[in-house]
Design a protein around this ligand. Sequence first.
Ligand SMILES: [Zn+2]
Length: 262
Amino acid sequence: MVARRVPVRGMLVGVALLGLAGLALARLRARDTVASAPPAAAPPPAPLRAAPRGRLLAVLAAASLLVAGVAFSAERRELLAEQAAPAQAVAPARDRSVREPVAHARRVPKPRSRPLPAPARAAEAVARLARRLLENRRVSLSPAGRADIAAGRVDVRLLALIEYLADAHGQVAVGSLVTGHRRFSRPGVVSRHVYGRAADIRALGGVPIAGNQQPGGLAERAVRELLALPPAVRPSQVISLLALGGPSWAQPDHEDHIHLAY
Ligand SMILES: [Zn+2]
């Protein structure tokens, strides 16, 4: 762009110089004519003879200067416009380069806000529930039971059920969970404790199950409440000294606890 302009500007300078030279020549000729003319003899003929040629040169010079001036100012305006134009043309490009990373940053979600896959979210929720249970002062656990829960060996439904019993009765004491329970509940039948799906409830609301399994007593109230739970969360084994139907049946070796299992 600029390289194309250079000859034009040179030409304009040339025309201007030509005009100046013409003007100087015209003045010189006029002076020569005046100087060479006799002082008093005939002054009119010399200026008359010299005047048309000198005046013509002066007019041509002035015209060329005018043309050069007009052309130069026109080109200057063009140049200024051109200099302003790239700035405007560059500005959006620069803006785009600035905006682009911002837009990109908006598109890329922050690592913290990225949602976890459903199984990871579920595992996290179960771990949170386990931690809450371990910190719950209304839940009494044996050291082995605490270790089972901390190690994630206990079914989430049991965790929720223990939390529910603590809430419903104000306090819950849990015996065996996984560790420490015998493998077989009866010959040939593997206990659900082994799979982390059973809990032995030893006390509710600070009152032991042992000695409170009489009709209408603590154990009966608790069992009836458990049987009234929605099927999805209701234990499939509720073993005590009481047989109240459905998953509730009696076993003589359950005088001091209620066995709950899924
Ligand atoms: Zn049990």
